[in-house]
Design a protein around this ligand. Sequence first.
Ligand code: ADP
Ligand code: MG
Length: 339
Amino acid sequence: MADIIQLLPDHVANQIAAGEVVQRPASVVKELLENAIDADATLIKLIVKDAGKTLIQVIDNGKGMSATDARLSFERHATSKIRSAEDLFSLHTKGFRGEALASIAAIAHVELKTKQEQDELGTQITIEGSDVVSQDIVVTPKGTSISVKHLFFNIPARRNFLKSNTVEMRHIIDEFHRVALAHPTISFAMYHNGSEMFNLPESNYRQRVVNIFGNKTNEKLVPVEETTDVLKISGFVGKPQFAKRTKAEQFFFVNNRFIKSAYLNHAINSAFDGLMKDGSHPTYFLNLTVDPKSIDINIHPTKTEIKFDDEHTLYAILRSSVKHSLGQFNIAPVLDFEY
Ligand code: ADP
Ligand code: MG
């Protein structure tokens, strides 16, 4: 009998993982921005060319990496963020899978420059499709800069399925909004093809929402605040008369992580019952803080879905606190709005 099973070489495993982690340029944007946040950066710059098809670069002023860590960061399952399975239940970082950089480097040309505060000189590493092309000592400021070029250069099928620049840019802006909203105290800037698209100074949550969605948003916002044993809620819902035909301004964050939840969205919709025209969607920017032990984020590699221990209680609290806030602002049920 012949044995036929073999362990896949790392670069093949990385490329397979990349299929899940990196769907499009926006996925790279999300992973790099989150790494910058986990590195305690206070200033993060995103530079994009051709909707990320030519270049995605994130520059941060965070804690940087040693030369050894810089090299190791591209290995699969290499992470500084958890050490044991228990740590999964007390996560305070965005990352923990140690997969993003390995995946991105498997399907793109990557250049990393990084330096820690105490070091005189930093490290520069170039990787193309999991192969380390060079590693040098360089002069570079404290923090990390990662450039990702020629995404999917070795997966033509993926590259060909990328959408128009307009569509890919829309996805990138969505990711940028989500990360910037989750972290109002961090400064973010974004440039596309050389022009500045966003420049968001350090601010409070209301200012951050307004800086992203425009001054007119300010008058629309109704604060929602609630603290219970299991859940803290803070943020804003939009007044019913400003409800949208699209769901573009619906944001849930759980422990500073953007998540999608049809169930919690339903809780909000039901709080707005009778206040809005059919077919319109409330806007909301809500931050939920829960005990990390009571959630599981490890459902999908992109981490936008989440499992709560007690969804029903969260639903009830969310619904009643939004209703209460709407009530406090004397928003009477009116069914005929001008659109
Ligand atoms: P994860 O974020 O899940 O740990 P990544 O592949 O995204 O996995 O990153 C691997 C490791 O590289 C991180 O755990 C971190 O130690 C380091 N790293 C990545 N990006 C940065 C950065 N911008 N600044 C400092 N360290 C970083
Ligand atoms: Mg990461």
